[in-house]
Design a protein around this ligand. Structure first.
Ligand code: BES
Ligand code: MN
Ligand code: ZN
Length: 492
């Protein structure tokens, strides 16, 4: 979707649809003028309680020649005192869902006239993300389906600087592009997005953003001693890879922030096979890697003045004659030995090698994202990602970023006692304990491989995919992590 910017009075602006935000408990000038032009239509909608301005409600009305705009889409902003960036992003997203229903591809929005300093960013972001749909594999009813949005014209408040507004919108476009990449990767099926596909995607990103990219193949992983990643990938005809993408926005000096993303392109559980029901959802087990690739793309697009390394260990976890099995003992890259008690606890295995590998960059901060445990979904549902750290300052910086961008995270403890269940009788560690505190035990396991490096782990098992549509996130892949990381990187 293209975004145009105009400094024009909404009531004099011609378009197929004009989006206007309305409060539940206050009426601004625009509301009054609109109500006047439409002969009291808004007052009647309010009196009959058909449209009251409740958050995320909307109502489309035809103007029948009373205004240059053919339709007006009223969108609820809730109570005036409660207006926030997240409210506005959601209002902009709700508008997109209503416009999609009405099949309006070109429209204008007066939403950024809302009284909030970052209204422009919130509206641009909510609209861009709300416009997303994944329909690559739908071949029928082409003519009948909505073809997607073409152009949104943002109507700025009178006194705005159009050039500065353009630059601000361009930044939102770059970040939304990263989110879209992550959503597309997660939405795609496992027979398409394989470890090889992720490697190709990383190479393409490197080519178009001038990043450096290195992909380590199976023989190199074996030679390097990545015994945990190799073991997880052994049962698949599609070999595992380690992908490293580097963005240097701060020159040769400056320790990088290193991002590590779990890239299991399909998780059957391996020999510890998962039950069949719902197994198809395990194509999303590479959402951490999608977030890392999306963030690198966005950071490069934004030309952030910092150094960033993205590391993606990727494999398919399948049962096979060559697959690793319960009882096997692996030697990880760090030298620590791991007894396998459950091949379905594969994420921590590929991550422990990638985290140890990351230490060579002497990271200023090391952050991993992974759809790691069902236990995290039990704890937090689909409303927040689990955050675990060995450094409270990093946790606090991430929480501030989360508050700003609306991607919720919730900190969970990593007390030493969680490790008691992860000790093996015959090796240094085992890869799975009992069910109790599963998210924290997985986090504790990862912590053993990061040394004293400032590290944060985000368990995105519950937030990478949503079963119900939200205002600016349709059902399916959410692209979680990209906006959080960009907000953190840009703000720290
Ligand atoms: N990929 C799964 C975790 C997951 C569950 C992601 C639900 C998204 C939605 C992970 O590899 C896994 O299977 N974890 C096991 C660990 C257990 C065997 C210790 C789990 O959570 O059951
Ligand atoms: Mn698993
Ligand atoms: Zn998994």
């Amino acid at each position: 979707m293209k975004i145009e910017i105009r400094s024009e009075t909404p009531l004099q602006h011609a378009s197929a649809a004009l989006v206007v935000g309305c409060f539940e408990d206050a009426q601004d000038e625009l509301y009054a003028a609109l109500d006047g032009a439409l002969d009291g239509c808004l007052a009647r909608l309010a009196a009959s309680r058909e449209f009251t301005g409740k958050a995320n409600s909307s109502r489309l009305v035809y103007t029948l020649g009373k205004l240059p705009a053919e339709r007006v889409l009223l969108v609820g902003l809730g109570k005036r005192a409660e207006l926030s960036g997240e409210r506005l992003r959601q209002a902009a997203g709700s508008a997109m869902q209503a416009l999609r229903g009405a099949r309006v591809a070109r429209f204008s929005s007066a939403l950024c006239q809302a009284p909030l300093p970052d209204a422009l960013e919130a509206v641009a972001t909510g609209s861009l993300l709300g416009a997303y749909a994944f329909e690559w594999y739908k071949t029928k009813d082409k003519g009948e389906r909505f073809e997607g949005f073409e152009t949104m014209t943002l109507l700025l408040p009178g006194e705005s600087d159009a050039e500065a507004a353009r630059a601000r919108v361009e930044r939102c476009v770059a970040v939304a592009g990263g989110v879209r990449l992550a959503r597309d990767l997660v939405s795609q099926p496992g027979n398409v997005v394989t470890p090889g596909y992720l490697a190709d995607t990383a190479r393409e990103l490197a080519a178009c953003h001038a990043l450096s990219c290195r992909v380590y193949e199976m023989d190199e992983l074996i030679a390097m001693g990545m015994g945990a990643l190799v073991a997880v990938g052994k049962g698949s005809a599609e070999p595992p890879r380690l992908i490293v993408l580097e963005y240097r926005g701060a020159g040769a000096k400056g320790r990088p922030t290193v991002l590590v993303g779990k890239g299991i392109t399909f998780d059957s559980g391996g020999i510890s096979l998962k039950p069949g029901a719902g197994m198809e959802e395990m194509k999303t087990d590479m959402a951490g890697s999608a977030a890392v690739l999306g963030t690198l793309a966005a950071a490069a697009g934004l030309k952030l003045p910092l150094n960033l390394v993205g590391i993606v260990p990727t494999a398919e976890n399948l049962p096979d004659g060559k697959a690793f099995k319960p009882g096997d003992v692996l030697t990880s890259l760090s030298g620590s030995t791991i007894e396998i008690t459950n091949t379905d606890a594969e994420g921590r295995l590929i991550l422990c090698d990638a985290l140890h590998f990351a230490l060579q960059y002497k990271p200023a901060a090391l952050i991993d994202l992974a759809t790691l445990t069902g236990a995290c979904v039990v704890a937090l549902g689909h409303e927040a990602s689990g955050l675990m750290v060995n450094d409270q300052r990093l946790a606090d910086a991430l929480k501030r970023a989360a508050d700003r961008c609306g991607e919720r995270i919730w900190q969970l403890p990593l007390w030493d006692e969680y490790g008691e269940d992860m000790k093996s009788d015959i090796a240094d560690l085992k890869n799975a304990g009992n069910r109790d505190g599963g998210a924290l035990k997985a986090g504790w396991f990862l912590k053993q491989f990061v040394g004293a490096t400032h590290w944060a782990h985000l368990d995105i098992a519950g937030t990478a995919w949503c079963d119900k549509a939200r205002p600016y996130c349709p059902k399916g892949a959410t692209g979680v992590g990209v906006r959080l990381l960009i907000e953190y990187l840009a703000g720290s």
